[in-house]
Design a protein around this ligand. Structure first.
Ligand code: FAD
Ligand code: DHB
Length: 391
């Protein structure tokens, strides 16, 4: 079998790449080891940067996003018993962010690829990539029906997430890895209750971080800092709501509670593997880098990578390798900016188990600075809404 670009993984990166390539007249095959239903239901990110929304509009993928997305012009930062508003529109000359769940982006992308006749295979197994240092790399896998396939490609995109097979297929010693684990995790819940806030609340509390976000005008999503080894069984719903009530407490404000229908613990790490290319294998999204979720960069970075990659592959298949040669550096500059921002937001807002009073005062000083200095607030707003702005 033959395709121009073999794409491993039907997450946001792989699916969007396949669509962007189709817009450039390039064939691709997306292979995914989970079922379509699983990919469409996996609860993850929910916040899109200004440029990501624009990119989806330009790629004609934003009909439902424009109808159902919730545009936000800022966030709240809460600490030391006070809640402060940062106005992104004012600070950045009109830039905003939009709440639209990753589940919905994945549903929109799968529907669009299928409507356009795109090749997508779910529930495959034994994925492998080979001959990466030639100009005919091979993607092989077992179909859901048990048939072995070998697909000869012009290039392969490794969009298979952090635990995928593409990054480990690069010969040992060629990758430089920077890795940091954090001594806390997030317990995330989705609940059937209207959000108690108009914009997101990032909250530093002596007990630990909490975030109030949302999915729709009827559905709230909240995150609670917990220990990395926390067991979900130890967190019945009433314990979760009691912790949120304590951390978000503010005179005159009420946190509404409702039935919780999704609950999971997410570990937190910063991880960057470079370069993002080996021969004709190009890594994109979580396959190459992970950020802690504070600041919502993971999904936005994945989509930024494939925007660069679509142009690079287009040129490469026409015989011009310059953009492909620059792909890794072009992406890593944005990746490192987001890695720093996510680390900064995370360490400013979480309480480490070994934190001393000095650390606490430094965090509070930084929070007072970003909520009183226009220069500091502008830096947060510029990074949060996406830096550098996607072209
Ligand atoms: P993924 O979405 O991971 O997609 C990779 C795909 O490849 C998956 O569908 C996987 O099944 C498939 N795959 C893996 N191995 C193989 C194989 N061998 N063969 C075929 N297919 C394979 N970001 C935020 O901004 N905010 C958040 O709140 C947030 N919460 C998160 C919670 C969790 C539990 C996780 C894991 C991530 C979270 N993220 C969050 C990060 C964000 O969701 C990711 O950055 C984003 O999903 C990256 O997209 P991707 O397409 O690169 O990778
Ligand atoms: C969401 C997740 C984040 O990590 C964040 O910083 C903002 C929003 C969310 O899931 O909506």
């Amino acid at each position: 079998m033959r395709t121009q670009v073999g794409i491993v993984g039907a997450g946001p990166a792989g699916l969007l790449l396949s669509h962007l390539l189709a817009l450039r007249g390039i064939d691709s095959l997306v292979v995914e080891d989970r079922s379509r239903a699983y990919c469409e239901a996996r609860q993850r990110a929910g916040l899109l940067e200004d440029g990501t929304v624009r990119l989806l509009r330009e790629a004609d993928l934003a009909q439902r996003l424009d109808a159902e997305g919730l545009e936000h012009g800022g966030i709240y930062l809460q600490f030391a018993g006070e809640r402060h508003h940062l106005d992104f529109r004012d600070l950045t000359g009109g830039r905003t962010v939009t709440i639209y769940a990753q589940t919905e982006i994945v549903k929109d992308l799968i529907a669009r690829r299928l409507a356009d006749g795109g090749a997508l295979e779910f529930e495959i197994s034994s994925t492998a990539v080979a001959d990466l240092d030639t100009d005919r790399p091979v993607l092989s896998y077992m179909t859901a029906g048990g048939e072995r396939r070998e697909v000869i490609c012009d290039a392969i995109a490794g969009c298979d997430g952090f635990h995928g097979i593409c990054r480990p297929s690069i010969p040992a010693g060629l990758l430089t890895v920077r890795d940091r684990a954090y001594p806390y995790a997030w317990l995330g819940i989705t609940a059937e209750v209207p959000p108690s806030t108009d914009e997101l609340i990032y909250n530093r509390h002596p007990e630990g971080f909490a975030l109030h976000t949302m999915r729709t005008p009827q559905i709230s999503r909240l995150y609670l800092q917990v220990r990395p080894d926390e067991r979900l069984e130890d967190w019945p719903d009433d314990r979760i709501w009691a912790a949120f009530q304590r951390r978000f407490a503010l005179p005159g404000w009420e946190l509404k509670e409702g039935p919780i229908f999704d609950k999971a613990v997410t570990p937190m790490r910063s991880f960057v593997s470079s370069p993002m290319r080996y021969g004709r294998l190009f890594l994109a999204g979580d396959a190459a880098h992970i950020v802690p979720p504070t600041g919502a960069k993971g999904l936005n970075l994945a989509m930024a990578d494939v925007t660069v990659l679509a142009d690079a592959l287009h040129a490469l298949l026409l015989g011009d390798s310059r953009l492909a040669d620059g792909y890794s550096d072009a992406c890593l500059s944005r990746v490192w900016r987001a890695t720093h921002f996510s680390w900064w937001m995370t360490t400013m807002l979480h309480v480490a188990p070994d934190a001393d009073p000095m650390t606490e005062e430094l965090q509070l000083s930084q929070l007072r600075y970003v909520t009183t200095s226009r220069a500091a607030a502008t830096s947060l707003a510029e990074n949060y809404t996406g830096y550098p702005p996607l072209r």
